[in-house]
Design a protein around this ligand. Sequence first.
Ligand code: PDD
Length: 297
Amino acid sequence: MAGVTMQARPAEIYLNGRFLPPEEGQVSVMDRGFLFGDGVYEVIPCYGGRLFRLEEHLRRLDNSLHAIRMHNPLERGEWQAILERLIGQLPGADQSIYLQVTRGSSGQRDHAIPDGIAPTVFVMTQPALYPDPTTLATGIKAITLADNRWLRCDIKAITLLANVLLRSEALDQGAGEAILIRDGQATEGAASNLFIVQAGELITPPKSDRLLPGITRDLVLELAHQHGLPCREQEISEAMLDSADEIWVTSSTKEVTPVVELNGHPVGNGTPGPIYTRMAACYGEYKALLQAGRIPS
Ligand code: PDD
């Protein structure tokens, strides 16, 4: 149709050892992922056909599986082969890989973890929905909400109902993200990590069971060190958040997104700040090097 760009959809997903058309993928209703949200996942960006920080994502997957008493069902090389085949369906395109491992099915619903059942392994890739340049240039609004999640936020669990409700609350209030507050401290976003700039210094909360150890977060810290931007890992009180010169949220899908309004008040002068502009340039350069094959996946 003239004037309409149809985005290519991948023809295959991966499910339990097979590559299938998405509509042919079937999982038992007795799967513990379906019944209990008993599983973990990863979202891995892919820029121009190159996987972003694959080692780090697979290491976090290992940690999540270990934390829920599961073994990784695949070797590193097997994961890579699956991901490469799926991203090969949209050659050279920016994509977002979703992979999930659930505990599988014992044929009955019982909270206790059964012995010896086969996990369910599912992987798909989608054309990337990275923030559009306008959003990055103008920033987003955020609100603060009470962090009512469990105390194992370090596990990338598929059990995301609290995050879903928190994010919906933010959207209802016209905001792009909810920044979560627990015991007077800002922990992270509903689906992102948190950074602030205070007196020229970049601050993010240290890793703990209150937040996901984000791969993007780690890269931002690495880039800050490399490029001489002062940064430190420190708890961020609600008062620090309210008076921050800059606020950013980071994730595989948001990359580094500036927050320009918090709870209806401007952050700094209400536009993305100068430290953000420097980090955005560093991040863009990193992506360009990755795409050019000058940084390993
Ligand atoms: N979520 N914290 C939470 C609660 C998240 O859900 C995410 C990402 C992050 C950032 O992690 P990373 O930089 O590794 O993407 C932090 C993904 C994108 C999701 O659930 O879709």
